[in-house]
Design a protein around this ligand. Structure first.
Ligand SMILES: Cc1cc2nc3c(=O)[nH]c(=O)nc-3n(C[C@H](O)[C@H](O)[C@H](O)COP(=O)(O)OP(=O)(O)OC[C@H]3O[C@@H](n4cnc5c(N)ncnc54)[C@H](O)[C@@H]3O)c2cc1C
Length: 385
């Protein structure tokens, strides 16, 4: 049996690596072990979009230049389900970095800080003498579960998986992108089966990550094989960008009040169900929650969960409650039409939507009022619902 590790992390995606880097930054002498069932580099179905908020987190983790060699994209163009359109320059650019590259760089950075990385698929957890024992052989003072949407650890500690109504499914592929579309991130929302949208996120090398996602219950309601629906809608919405290398995965959308773990096991990223329900963005939340979990694990090794819960609540609590309320309103596509139409006229609304959709933003009451007024006006005119 190994000696006792201060922290064992399950999963080497953004949440797991952030936990490793966060723990090491706070306590460089901490013994940290990162386990992943895959060797890196490895692929992960994702839109590969990294918002400016995610880059802020990379700086906090001590790797500010991790993706500096990738081209920033400033233009963002969104078409709402009812056809409202906004195209604008974001105040802070987004990046698109294939996860095969991004995740491997983060794992390498953790390794360079002294984190031990092993290929290992976790199957069992037990508690012994106040410690957590992983698969009978690895003993830890604390565990961060960063093992993604279908988290094994979450199940092992008795927490339920993301319910269907809070789960989306999305497919992504890669496509050659014409020069005219190469510097704009494009999102086309779809009324049929709403909430549903397709995206094209150019990488900067003549190709783009393209994809389509929708809520799981809406997909099931179509009554056709999921693959047929997802691939078909993607081709329909982005006919000029035929995609290759298609791959799909679940997205556990935030229900507003996440359950951050049990005992000495802290959940982070998708394992905690932290994907933004308005946009499907999860990397930023994985980085934030991973860092906070790693810090709590080495700061309060005897009882890390209360420290983690507090830190998570402070960083994301209001935001998560905001997106929960907005996601309920957004079940009506007319609400999103009104929001996009308002954003097209008012730059500060556009920026706020970006902040709420990709970062930790919240909505001031007067603004929520302006969108609701517009929405009601549309409804009164017999337009959008
Ligand atoms: C199609 C699609 C498009 C998306 N687009 C975007 C986007 O553009 N921008 C964005 O911000 N978010 C996007 N997301 C969401 C984003 O991909 C996730 O939120 C993000 O990957 C969460 O990171 P994570 O570290 O929590 O989990 P993951 O990245 O899933 O990492 C989990 C890791 O755990 C490992 N693992 C799993 N089980 C075990 C086990 N039992 N033992 C050991 N290791 C294990 C896996 O191998 C994996 O490396 C998208 C998701 C999908 C499906």
């Amino acid at each position: 049996m190994d000696d006792i590790w201060d922290l064992v992390i399950v999963g080497g995606g953004p949440a797991g690596s952030a936990a490793a880097l966060g723990a090491k930054r706070l306590r460089p002498d901490a013994r940290v072990l990162l386990l992943d069932r895959a060797d890196f580099p490895r692929d992960k179905a994702c839109g590969d979009g990294i918002a400016a908020h995610g880059r802020d987190e990379l700086a906090l983790l001590g790797v500010p230049d991790l993706i500096a060699d990738y081209r920033p994209t400033r233009r963002l163009s969104v078409v709402s389900p009812g056809g409202a359109h906004v195209s604008a320059t974001v105040a802070r650019p987004n990046h698109v970095v294939p996860r095969r590259v991004f995740d491997a760089r983060l794992v390498d950075a953790a390794r360079a800080r002294g984190v031990e990385v092993r290929r290992h698929r976790v199957r069992g957890l037990a508690t012994r003498d106040g410690h957590v024992v992983v698969d009978g052989t690895v003993t830890a003072r604390a565990v961060v579960a960063a093992d993604g949407a279908n988290s094994t650890v979450r199940r092992l500690i008795g927490l339920p998986p993301s319910p269907d109504r809070h789960t989306a499914i999305a497919v992504r592929g890669y496509a050659d992108v014409p020069a005219a579309d190469d510097d704009v991130q494009f999102i086309a929302m779809q009324k049929e089966g709403w909430p549903a949208y397709a995206w094209s996120f150019p990488i900067g090398d003549g190709t783009a990550n393209v994809g389509f996602g929708m809520l799981l219950p809406r997909l099931r309601a179509v009554g056709l094989p999921g693959r047929e629906v997802l691939h078909g809608r993607l081709a329909e919405l982005l006919p000029h960008l035929p995609a290759r290398d298609l791959r799909a995965h679940h997205l556990p959308l935030s229900p507003g009040r996440p359950k951050p773990g049990a005992g000495r096991v802290l959940l982070a990223g998708d394992a905690a169900g932290l994907v933004n329900p308005l946009t499907g963005e999860g990397i930023y939340y994985a980085l934030v929650s991973g860092r906070l979990a790693g810090e709590a694990a080495v700061r309060a090794p005897g009882d890390p969960l209360p420290a983690y819960r507090r830190a998570l609540g402070k960083a994301l609590g209001r935001h998560l409650r905001t997106t929960d309320v907005l996601a309920r309103a957004a079940q009506s596509s007319g609400f999103i039409d009104a929001a996009i139409a308002t954003a097209a006229r008012r730059e500060e609304v556009f920026e706020l939507l970006v902040d709420v959709g990709l970062g930790a933003g919240t909505v001031p009451l007067p603004l929520a009022g302006a969108v609701v007024r517009r929405w009601l006006l549309d409804v009164a005119r017999g337009g959008r619902t």
